[in-house]
Design a protein around this ligand. Structure first.
Ligand code: PEP
Length: 252
């Protein structure tokens, strides 16, 4: 039985006032014992404030990125220890916006995963193909490559203590979600790749789907056997949408 996760990636949105309002609405509408682990990932500068606002609630906190190095002369970066220090439990690594806009390589992302894991954070590793990859029949090849680099560096045990998020790039922020069957097909493939190293770890690893998840499509996506919740962008900024998505999560 895998406990699902519903994580909100706020990206570069919000302000102190907007965040406080959103958190107030989330806390007011969230059941005392939600069926999924709930995570919010605000921009770095708001983490400490969010840790205070979410104290003793059902919500955990996550960073949107992390430095691969532990400390030192890395201007602008934030380390895994710092994320822990301000109350994070999770951190997103390898989001497609980091891969594409900031040219992060598979190797750098694997090092970020390792740094987060070493500090006791739960890394949420994002993998997913671009539209051209899908149209050329290269989805499995791309996802396998992104996954294998992390498996090689960190091992199956570390990966299984983290979370994988399948996020087809063509579905992120586009309003065009993968169909439940498309998500299931790739997520079963991801589980099989992990199982090739360790079947027990693969069976326990949480694999999320992300890409235009909304209240209206979450239930059918989360009903798929290898979809253990979601990584939610735009819809996580609206309390009613996020709570409605959360309400559809079921242990798988
Ligand atoms: C994301 O940012 O990871 C994401 C899935 O965004 P959206 O839900 O807006 O497609």
């Amino acid at each position: 039985m895998r406990h699902p996760i519903v994580a909100g990636n706020w990206k570069m949105h919000g302000s102190r006032v907007e965040n406080a309002r959103l958190v107030e609405e989330l806390l007011a509408g969230c059941p005392a014992t939600p069926a999924a682990a709930c995570v919010v990932c605000p921009p770095f500068v708001y983490l400490q404030e969010l840790a205070r606002l979410l104290r003793d609630s059902a919500f955990s906190l996550g960073g949107q990125d992390v430095c691969a190095d532990a400390q030192g002369a890395f201007t602008g970066e934030v380390s895994a220890a710092m994320l822990k220090d301000v109350g994070c439990e999770y951190v997103i690594v390898g989001h497609s916006e980091r891969r594409l806009l900031y040219r992060e390589s598979d190797q750098l992302i694997a090092r970020k995963f390792a740094a987060a894991h070493a500090r006791g954070l739960i890394p949420i590793l994002c993998v997913g193909e671009q539209l051209a990859d899908r149209e050329a029949g290269r989805t499995r090849e791309v996802v396998a490559r992104q996954l294998e680099v992390v498996l090689e560096l960190c091992g199956a045990s570390a990966l299984g203590q983290g979370v994988v998020a399948y996020e087809p790039v063509w579905a992120i922020g586009t309003g065009r979600n993968a169909t439940p069957e498309q998500a299931q097909e790739v997520q079963a493939f991801i589980r099989a790749r992990i199982a090739a190293r360790d079947a027990r770890i693969a069976a326990a690893t949480r694999i999320l789907y992300g890409g235009s998840v909304k209240a209206g499509n979450a239930a059918e996506l989360f009903a798929m056997p290898d979809v253990d919740g979601g990584l939610i962008g735009g819809a996580s900024l609206k309390a009613d949408e996020f709570l409605a998505i959360l309400a559809t999560a079921r242990p798988g």
